[in-house]
Design a protein around this ligand. Structure first.
Ligand code: IMP
Length: 427
């Protein structure tokens, strides 16, 4: 399929990095379209283990061009450090470019993210404190500074002067924090601009040409559908859309150009940060999963909340994304469990419901209704064909497929690139 989007279908951390690393071997172009360095994509391949936050996981492909689209917010210090580390480990970054339309994360965004979280106290969202929310707020408020602005230093200084004056008022008068120095911010961002100059492009031109020439394009999602600001568990969400619809806005691509939308689901659920998660477990099964699967945030190191697969949320995710195929990741993590559960409905005030409520005050009252399955309790990481999976594992996957109503094309059975079962060709 020429144009394929890889979308996180739950609360992020579904293992998209590994899937993009695998598929990008066959791609000509890999584009990230949303989020910022709040994302953490772990990739294990022949070069070693990498934790990427901004650079697309396609960077390891020997031929793919990698782009950060206009919909990504870029912290230039983080990006330059990531590029330095990649180059230091022998990875070729010469085919990597960033959109001149992408917005920059400025030092006041990071400061304000932390200060806003502190002021929310018990109602904190549990953000990654990377400045993501404040940067997207400024984009909408037309107070943002874009990558392309760094090229014209005089215009950049004027814009920064007026924005920083306003931000310093908020920092000092609302939060009683120290103001930022115009000169320091200006000088450091001019230096970032110089170092980033070779990477800055109008990425739309590259993307349009690739699509016209029928090249294989992979759109790399960040975060997950249930963190979407419109359809997720608002206000416990992120600030840009991780959905398939976000691809069009964040990369600059027509909806008609999308051929395949691959939804990536973990075989159970995890969530970092606050907000409702109906199938969350607070018992030893959660601890077992967390420790066995090392469910700790790639970006913040926070322990991830763990729970059973939520098919109500999964159906909702499939509906709003229009998945054409599904990937189930980390199936091997369930090897250790004697019994498994899938949430097939919610009980709300004594009634069974099958939909994902729009309001979190309703969602917190929903109690999961479970179907139970026997575990397989044998290692599956060496399976490469579907029929090599134990019968109980196949039954579990087939029930997921039925509940999600979307064909499973990929099953990941380990962290390494080759630890995957391709049920059907994806790219
Ligand atoms: P923010 O995106 O840093 O503003 O954080 C908002 C919410 O999204 C918090 O609950 C974060 O933990 C969550 N979040 C943001 N990025 C990711 C991610 O890549 N994986 C999982 N959760 C994320």
């Amino acid at each position: 399929m020429p144009v394929t989007a890889v979308i996180g279908a739950q609360w992020g951390d579904e293992g998209k990095g590994k899937i993009v690393d695998l598929l990008s071997r066959r791609a000509d172009l890999v584009v990230r379209f949303s989020g910022g360095d709040n994302a953490g994509h772990t990739v294990v391949n022949e070069y070693g283990e990498f934790k990427l936050h901004l650079v697309p996981s396609g960077i390891f492909s020997p031929r793919a061009v990698c782009l950060l689209g206009n919909g990504v917010v870029i912290n230039p210090a983080v990006l330059l450090e990531e590029l330095r580390l990649l180059k230091g480990r022998g990875i070729d970054t010469s085919r990597f470019f960033i959109s001149d339309r992408a917005h920059l994360i400025m030092p006041y965004h990071v400061l304000l993210d932390g200060l806003e979280e502190e002021s929310r106290a018990k109602k904190a969202i549990g953000t990654t404190r990377k400045g993501i929310g404040p940067a997207f707020s400024d984009k909408a408020a037309r107070l943002g500074i874009r990558v392309g602005d760094l090229v014209d230093r005089e215009a950049f200084l004027e814009r920064l002067r007026s924005i920083l004056e306003y931000k310093n008022l908020i920092l000092t008068r609302v939060y009683e924090a120290s103001p930022l120095s115009l000169d320091e911010v200006y000088q450091s961002y001019c230096q970032f601009g110089e170092r980033l100059a070779p990477y800055i492009k109008d990425t739309i031109i590259i993307l349009e040409q690739a699509i016209r020439e029928q090249k294989k394009v992979l759109l790399e999602g960040a975060q997950g559908a249930l963190l979407d600001p419109d359809f997720g568990t608002y206000p416990y969400t992120t600030s840009s859309s991780p959905l398939s619809g976000g691809v069009c806005l964040g990369a600059g691509i027509s909806p008609l150009s999308l051929n395949q939308i691959l939804g990536v689901f973990k075989s159970y659920c995890t969530r970092v940060g606050e907000g409702p998660m109906p199938t969350e477990l607070q018992d030893e099964t959660a601890t077992l999963i967390r420790e066995h699967a090392h469910e700790y945030g790639t970006t913040t190191g926070r322990p991830r909340r763990c729970g059973w697969f939520d098919a109500v949320a999964a159906r909702f995710s499939t509906q709003i994304n229009g998945f054409t195929a599904v990937c189930i990741t980390r199936l091997d993590v369930l090897d250790i469990l004697p019994q498994l559960k899938i949430c097939v409905g919610y009980e709300l005030d004594g009634q069974r419901i099958d939909y994902f409520p729009s309001s979190i005050t309703t969602l917190v009252r929903c109690k999961p209704i479970y179907e139970e399955f026997p575990g397989w309790q044998s290692p599956i990481s060496d399976a490469r064909r579907y029929d090599e999976l134990p019968a109980a594992a196949r039954r579990y996957v087939e029930r997921l497929e039925e509940l999600i109503s979307c064909p499973v094309h990929l099953i990941s059975v380990g962290a390494r690139r080759e630890q995957v079962i391709e049920v059907a060709e994806v790219l």
